[in-house]
Unconditional design. Sequence first.
Length: 153
Amino acid sequence: VTRMLEARKVAFTALDVPVQKLSALEVAEILKVPPATVFKTIVARREKAGKPILALVPATGEVDNKALAACLNEKKVHVTTQAEAEALTGLQAGGISPLALINKGFQVVIDASAQDLDALLVSAGQWGLQIRLSPKDLARLVNARFASITSPS
């Protein structure tokens, strides 16, 4: 992921965290950053056939399935289990990253709250590494749209 970002001349900072499965809230605590700036990647499926979805929401919230479905013009979407998410992405939970899944057939939606941030953090696609970059750069790289898809935890 870092090589890809460098090759595309995207400004980012790589941040090391312990190499273990960490929640987004734990990442925020370790890095001493506001939890609303650490985004977790939640894998969801459409009720009918179609691309799987990566929903990026702040550590402080959960995916609102109805809002996510509405922004994608779907009747229903379902958040996958951890095992399904790992099978669909080929990545370990806690290390699922839209940056590691570019051009892998996922539709990406980033919570609208990201647009108010100068930078956000997402997993680099493996345990132990987080990437800080601008929400605009992230959206452009992963071809994402912004929508209000978070409900408070």
